[in-house]
Design a protein around this ligand. Sequence first.
Ligand SMILES: Cc1ncc(COP(=O)(O)O)c(C=O)c1O
Length: 381
Amino acid sequence: MTDKRTKLVQADIGQDKAYGAVTPPLYLSSTYRFQGFETEGEYDYGRGGNPNRDALAKAIAELEGGAGATITASGMAAIDLLTNLLQSDDLIIAPHDCYGGTHRLLTHRQKQGRFHVEFVDQNDPDALKTALAKNPKLVLIETPSNPLMRLVDIKAISAAAKGVSALIAVDNTFLSPARQLPLSLGADFVIHSTTKYLNGHSDVVGGCIVSKSAETAEEIAWWANCTGVTGSPFDSYQTLRGLRTLFARMDAAESSAMAIAKWLKKQKKVSHVYYPGLRSDPGHKLMKQQQSGPGAMISFELAGGQEAVKAVLENIELFQLAESLGGVESLICHPASMTHRGMEESAREIAGIKDNLLRLSVGIEAQDDLIAALKHIFALI
Ligand SMILES: Cc1ncc(COP(=O)(O)O)c(C=O)c1O
């Protein structure tokens, strides 16, 4: 059993010793019986360890090629957990166009004096060089970026960051390990909002940190137990259930996303399409190098401005007007007023997130139906 798809489908299957259940049972117990005086069993207390959480962590760590993973209550909890490795005078270099919630978290933790943070355009070699010269402790990468689908070179940035002994963490939420493996490109950590592609059914909020080394995996697990940010057994159970179909879901969604991006590109009512799968996209060449496919997220700018934006968002069929991404159902969102409203307007401007920008999370519905829904709404605006 060497293929990752096979391993993933089979994760923790047929292991139940009590009744021979094929799918793993759900262990909700918060506490576990000691075998005797001073003799713990494999588990003692649910904050620190749980069989469902461990099975999920093992499956994700294997997919990403890491030594271990910690499952958290959300993607933000995972990012915050990672910052426990920093002291108050340490510096984080983060992308200027990262997810709005990440921007807000790092900005406010800096205000509290937890660490220093600089938001940098990691595609600007001079800006990156200047930032690395300040000897950061951690370089956070998010590629493709949310929502502008900008790609940065994980291998090159990791090599440069290693040169100043910085740790490198990559937020792999937008692609999942089905399309990108940051640890193999030099990163030390991979972060996920498992809420997205890994769970894939928009019914769990969760996160994880995968560590390349066993030592840091242990350190992160220690902090997760200490601060109490570990994910719940039920969420872990659900997420592993969703994770089994990751590759099949990604294949279907990506194929529709490619067709939709090509269609959008031809529309006069669209002034710009952001999708690295398009040959015309500035990230296309890098996409071919570091990803095994372009993924299923697309952003585009409408030529018609605010009125067209409102008409599309309020009348489009099939695509739900909602935040989040990576589920089997298709979603549409307006980053400026939704996912990225936590970012100051000036920061959004610097990142290039305009008011006429829309983001699609393409699901696994029939491709023709998705394109028909877009055609229908475009005829009305
Ligand atoms: C790229 C990225 N990272 C992290 C997060 C935060 O994850 P969560 O919502 O699970 O806390 C999100 C959420 O949208 C995201 O898009």
